[in-house]
Each structure stands twice: as structure tokens, then as C-alpha cells.
Design a protein around this ligand. Sequence first.
Ligand code: FES
Length: 107
Amino acid sequence: MNAEARRWVRVASRSDLAEGDVLGVEAGGRQIAVYDCDGTLYATDNICTHAQARLCDGWLDGEAIECPLHAARFDVRTGKVLALPATADLKIYPVRIVEGGIEVEIP
Ligand code: FES
């Protein structure tokens, strides 16, 4: 087997992330954004694929995050680009809640 090693990393307390909000965290040297969409959590890379803006400084609208710099939009469930000027999708990460903490699975 040549499966990529992955591990779950606790990145925040569940209470740090309010419903409809986005939180920037670090795990395994990566900058990751964690989103609460009506109580369901998602995680993507935090850096916009267009330039160097942090998506956690943007606006979460339903399941879409809008970049604060040039207003590209991404679907936080899939990482897919929804609006230019970004053309590359975001990487997404599995996320779960364990004992009151938010965990993200990273390579
Ligand atoms: S840096 Fe995000 S749209 Fe330009």
C-alpha cells in the first residue's frame, strides 16, 4: 500500500467558531479556514488561489466564501471556484468535532 499518511489535528475549540462564521487556523504548517454553515463544518485552504489574501478575512454567504481582496468566491463544501478572478479550486479538508474541539485531517 502506498496510501498517503494523514492525521487529525485539533485546531480550535468548537465554541471558537460561531454559526455562519469563518475561523483561520494553522495545522501541520498549513493555513486553513474552518467554516460553520448552519451548524455544519467545512475546511479549506485559507489562502485564496488568486493571490495572497486570507479567506478568513472575507465574507461567508451560505456555503460560499468571498475573498476580501478581489471578491473571488468559492464553494466551501467542494473548494470549487464560483466567481472570478480566481480560476483554481481550493483544497478541502475533512473536519470533525471531538470532545468539544474542532479537528481537521491533514496529509
Ligand atoms: S486574492 Fe482573492 S480574489 Fe484576488
